[in-house]
Design a protein around this ligand. Structure first.
Ligand SMILES: CC(C)(COP(=O)(O)OP(=O)(O)OC[C@H]1O[C@@H](n2cnc3c(N)ncnc32)[C@H](O)[C@@H]1OP(=O)(O)O)[C@@H](O)C(=O)NCCC(=O)NCCS
Length: 208
């Protein structure tokens, strides 16, 4: 059984939280300024740019999934929440007692360690709050910048899974995936512990 993930997580430099429909302008700005950067790796980018109304609908849907404990999609914001830095999520794709972390960082904010920071903290949250047995990250074999993240956080490469990920264009074959995992007992010795966080439930009560 998975305990509901936090609605809000604060790190040194980021706020990672459940979306509100009112985040639509911030999300649109982050995505519209990053389409070329996202297109090679995020299949949804081919449908961008979207209207503000479409973004409101999308965030209502994300919010609904979060509240129903179906899928936990997070916006990643600057600490003052004036700017969206990226997107992330804890996704139930890998079977019982596991969640998979996904992420993107807006084009003008890459190279500052934000993806590493949010992945480390969501990994800790997955084990320390949700009670997971395993955290997964799946990455295309050519996405060197993304492959660096689970490698430096102490994940283990389980292998290359053939034709698992959605292709970036309709009609193309599915894309291979490099599956990285961390098991609960591996957190203690991992670099993830260097990244601290505060986490809050749906009504703002701290977890610890
Ligand atoms: C992949 C992505 C999330 C990385 O975000 P980021 O905040 O720049 O990542 P970080 O700064 O935490 O770390 C990136 C690491 O990759 C390394 N790196 C950068 N380019 C690299 C390359 N061509 N080859 C190998 N490593 C590379 C960096 O040096 C850094 O490692 P370091 O901190 O040890 O130096 C971001 O580029 C992105 O959003 N890309 C488009 C969407 C995407 O690919 N999402 C992931 C899908 S699995």
């Amino acid at each position: 059984m998975i305990h509901t993930p936090p609605y809000r997580i604060e790190t040194d430099r980021l706020v990672i939280r459940c979306y509100e429909p009112t985040d639509a302008p911030l999300l649109k700005d982050a995505v519209d300024s990053s389409i070329e950067h996202l297109l090679p790796w995020m299949p949804w980018a081919r449908y961008e740019p979207q209207s503000l109304a479409a973004k409101v609908d999308l965030l209502r849907d994300f919010r609904g999934q979060f509240d129903r404990d179906e899928n936990w999609i997070y916006g990643v914001f600057s600490r003052d929440e004036s700017r969206q830095v990226g997107g992330s999520g804890l996704h139930p794709r890998g079977g019982p007692d596991s969640l998979e972390i996904g992420y993107f960082i807006r084009a003008d904010s890459i190279g500052h360690g934000y993806a590493t920071e949010l992945t480390a903290v969501l990994t800790r949250v997955g084990f320390e709050i949700c009670g997971l047995a395993r955290v997964d990250v799946q990455i295309e074999p050519d996405n060197e910048r993304s492959l660096a993240i689970p490698r430096k956080l102490g994940f283990t490469l389980e292998g290359r899974l053939r034709r698992r990920l959605e292709p970036r264009e309709e009609g193309l074959p599915r894309v291979d995936s490099m599956l990285f995992t961390m098991l609960a007992e591996e957190l203690a010795g991992s670099p993830c512990l260097a990244y601290d966080y505060a986490a809050y439930d749906a009504v703002g009560n701290p977890f610890r």
